[in-house]
Design a protein around this ligand. Structure first.
Ligand code: UD1
Ligand code: CA
Length: 454
């Protein structure tokens, strides 16, 4: 059986990014561009992928993941041919070696498959595309019958060749044994003094082999990123792809230009997303969820029929069905809302489990807390979870009622059905079904007068 062995070139410096971060680690849709290329091979179920790395070596190796990665160091970057020379030894002679670039993040799995299959009876197959302005790219040279004869780089091309608008994307496939033979013959005798991988095309033709091409219709898919302007352009393309997928799956997106997905989002039918929403990491949305403007939701699950009101921020939370959140709520990591819970405006929660139908409607901090079902937490209630050194738990049992502006000094438990009088500072457990309060009795001073200005 012939196996497909991708080699991804990612050693280049990316000078034009003007960044301390290696180019291939800059993100598109929240994911490093190199990771996009690796993930595009996922459906092709390849056993191994070689990455040629060099610039920012340590950072790249730390941040890029994949179970099947092999790393080939190219300490000095002497051209694309030199880069492949560093990794080709990892391939078995009859492997189909597919060369890919780490700075082409929008490449689709379908195109990689087409390229691999495009080899057919030929010895080398090149992924090409047609562009209005071919400046900077390698051009495909063909004879009068249309057969590929070579690739010429911009800097080595004559005036006539520079008019050719079919360009080399850099993605190519051939058998490892053929690559090995051609790579040995490369010389840096060209305008850039580099070992050009593209010279392998001329070598294959000189040996009498047939060179095939596969044309990529959408040139944006194979566009490489060299600077932050191109990074932003391809970010928009990536966003449009993702948002369109969401819409085709039955989600209403009020303005596709004003939803950003930086991660993996799944959503059920008839969910509605208003403008300026950012979804990050792994986000799961149920059906008929409404997300109002300016919300940020990260690594969270939102149940059916939830209503997330404007300007809410939700991170690492699990929200069950029919919950009501915001406006201006901050749901922090470890928050769990059971069905029909409500967290209102200017409420912050952290590691809080809020039970069925319970309400924290206004101006509260609920941290390290377990709240039962049908609890009402009055406006301005604070769980005092931190003694300056350690964090402590607050437990509020089913049906309790916490009067407004109370402080619950943890560790403390409020029993089921208990009522806490407004403005209390609760430092000891409050028994079930009773009224507990720490408020000083109200008094009126009869002969008191307001001070007057001297
Ligand atoms: C290359 C092609 C050109 C093609 C263009 C498409 C060659 C000689 N030229 O040109 O025909 O139209 O890509 O974008 O192949 N890299 C290394 N090590 C190196 C040099 C490059 O790993 O020593 C990597 C880069 O990180 C990048 C890729 O190879 O991912 C392409 O390198 P780049 O310098 O951008 O090639 P171009 O000159 O644009
Ligand atoms: Ca390039």
């Amino acid at each position: 059986m012939i196996s497909l062995f991708p080699i991804i070139l990612a050693a280049g410096q990316g000078t034009r990014m003007r960044s301390a971060l290696p180019k291939v680690l800059h993100t598109i849709a929240g994911k490093p561009m190199l990771q996009h290329v690796i993930d595009a091979f996922e459906p092709l179920s390849v056993a191994r992928i070689a990455i040629v790395y060099g610039h920012g070596a340590e950072q790249v190796r730390q941040q890029i993941t994949g179970k099947q990665l092999l790393w080939a160091l190219q300490a000095e970057q002497k051209g694309t041919g030199h880069a492949v020379q560093q990794a080709i030894g990892l391939a078995q002679d009859n492997d189909l070696v597919l060369i890919a670039y780490g700075d082409v993040p929008l490449i689709r799995s379908e195109t990689l498959t087409e390229l691999a299959q495009g080899l057919g009876q030929a010895t080398l197959c090149i992924l090409t595309t047609k562009v209005a302005n071919p400046k900077g790219y390698g051009r495909l040279l063909r004879d009068t019958s249309g057969k590929v004869v070579a690739i010429v780089e911009e800097k080595d091309a004559n005036v006539e060749q520079r008019l050719i608008n079919e360009i080399n994307t850099g993605f190519m496939v051939a058998r490892a044994s053929d690559w090995k033979r051609w790579l040995k013959q490369l010389t840096p005798q060209n305008a850039q003094g580099e070992y050009y991988l593209t010279d392998c095309v001329g070598l294959a033709v000189a040996e009498g082999w047939l060179v095939n091409t596969v044309l990529c219709e959408d040139s944006q898919e194979v566009e490489g990123i060299n600077n932050r302007v191109q990074l932003a352009q391809l970010e928009r393309v990536a966003q449009r792809r993702q948002v369109e997928q969401l819409m085709l799956n039955g989600v209403t997106v009020v303005d596709p230009m004003r939803l950003d997905i930086r991660g993996k989002v799944t959503a059920q039918m008839d969910t509605y997303i208003d403008v300026n929403v950012v979804l990050q990491g792994d986000v799961v949305l149920g059906k008929n969820v409404v997300i109002e403007p300016n919300c940020v939701i990260k690594d969270s699950t939102i149940g059916d029929f939830c209503h997330i009101k404007a300007n809410s921020v939700i991170e690492s939370a699990i929200i069950a069905d029919d919950c009501d959140i915001g406006p201006f709520a901050r749901i922090r990591a470890g928050t769990v809302l059971e069905a029909e819970a409500k967290v209102g405006n200017f409420v912050e929660t952290k590691k809080a489990h809020i039970g069925f139908g319970s309400k924290v409607s206004h101006l509260s901090y609920i941290g390290d807390a377990t709240i039962g079902a049908n609890v009402n937490v009055g406006a301005g209630t604070i769980t005092c979870n931190y003694d300056g050194v350690n964090k402590h738990q607050t437990v509020i049992e089913d049906g309790a009622f916490i009067g407004s502006c109370s402080q619950l000094v943890a560790p403390v438990t409020v029993g089921a059905g208990a009522t806490i009088g407004a403005g209390s500072t609760i430092t000891k457990n409050a028994p079930p079904d009773k009224l507990t309060l720490t408020r000083a009795p109200q008094k009126t001073i009869d002969n008191w007068k307001r001070p007057v200005k001297e």
